[in-house]
Design a protein around this ligand. Structure first.
Ligand code: UVW
Length: 319
């Protein structure tokens, strides 16, 4: 009995197209959003995806990209040697959770006019006074982490096949039609509770130290899906648990209508759907191509930080 996008919202105080209240149970306000689509049955079914036993980690090295989004400090790593006077070492990490491969949690982006997060949690309570940490990233650990079926749509492969010439350092918009055609081309089916991953090719540029990675923040144009109303409706109606890509923000910036971050507002604040960004999809794509299979078992073990806004990706795919 999940309402279709056209039936949203179900609460009169909720923004247009939001899922506030959809997953509440017995008067208890939900904090897991679309992760509720990953039922136990869906996890058990997803184990069918494990066939060869090959696994691949989707995290970039934590110090990549070396030039993170402005305002985000790159990771600092210090090693302490001869701790306690023994041949024994510790290390300290100072990092912004969004400077490398990451999952945006539900406290990352609010509905901008209401200044409220998913399910109506208020910005002041969650971030300024810290009196309501219910949507913090710790919630993912409390629910037992994330294990699900993952599907990869490989736009690099698709563009090669269809002779689409695109610049991965521009705001090239990946459209809903592209997505549907990739699903057909790759012989995929999308199931409720799936985590949908789109490879744009940006992680190839980052891994290969493409000089254009430096300064791409100054250019301010970022590849990703074009967040049209039709695309947002499609994402909800697939009952996806989460979306991710190797792009900076999953959505292109600016979008084809010049808007910015509309998908962040719709997914994070509206649906309660985590967004994965800056994933390293190169080894995943190679393995998928070798096996000619673009679905896999996916696990995420998020940082357990009370009231945290995001987490380093800690994501792994198993074929
Ligand atoms: C951008 O950096 C543009 O996106 P996010 O804040 O989600 O990382």
């Amino acid at each position: 009995d999940i309402p279709s996008y056209k039936s949203l919202p179900i609460r009169s105080d909720a923004p247009t197209g939001s899922a506030w209240g959809v997953f509440d149970k017995d008067g208890v306000r939900d904090v897991y959003g679309t992760l509720n689509f990953i039922t136990r049955k869906a996890v058990v079914a997803a184990r069918e995806e494990i066939q060869t036993g090959e696994s691949v980690v989707l995290n970039l090295p934590l110090d990549e990209p070396s030039d993170p989004c402005p305002g985000r400090r790159p990771m600092k790593h210090e090693v302490y040697s001869r701790v306690h006077g023994m041949v024994c070492s510790d290390d300290d990490l100072h990092l912004n959770t969004q400077s490398s491969s990451q999952w945006d949690g539900l406290l990352h982006y609010a509905n901008q006019s209401l200044e409220k997060y998913y399910n109506g949690v208020d910005y002041v309570d969650a971030i300024e006074s810290r009196t309501d940490q219910s949507l913090g990233i710790q919630a993912l650990s409390e629910r037992g982490g994330v294990a699900a079926r993952g599907v990869l749509l490989d736009f690099v492969r698709y563009a090669g096949k269809h002779s689409i010439d695109y610049d991965v350092f521009s705001n090239f918009p990946i459209s809903l039609d592209h997505i549907k055609e990739m699903i057909t081309d790759q012989g995929l089916r999308i199931c409720p509770g799936d985590i949908l991953i789109i490879r744009t090719g940006l992680s190839k540029g980052i891994r290969e130290s493409d000089p254009r990675v430096k300064g791409f923040w100054d250019r301010g144009t970022h590849i990703g899906v074009d967040p049209t109303p039709e695309l947002i409706e499609w994402i909800w109606d697939q009952n996806l648990a989460a979306v991710a890509s190797d792009a900076v923000a999953f959505e292109c910036i600016p979008a084809s209508d010049n808007s910015r971050m509309r998908l962040h507002e719709a997914c994070l604040a509206g649906f309660g759907m985590p967004i994965g960004e800056l994933f390293d999809l190169e080894a995943l794509a190679a393995l998928a191509e070798k096996n000619q299979r673009w679905s896999f078992f996916l696990t995420v073990c998020p940082l357990n930080v009370r009231g945290g806004v995001a987490t380093i990706a800690n994501t792994m795919a198993i074929f």
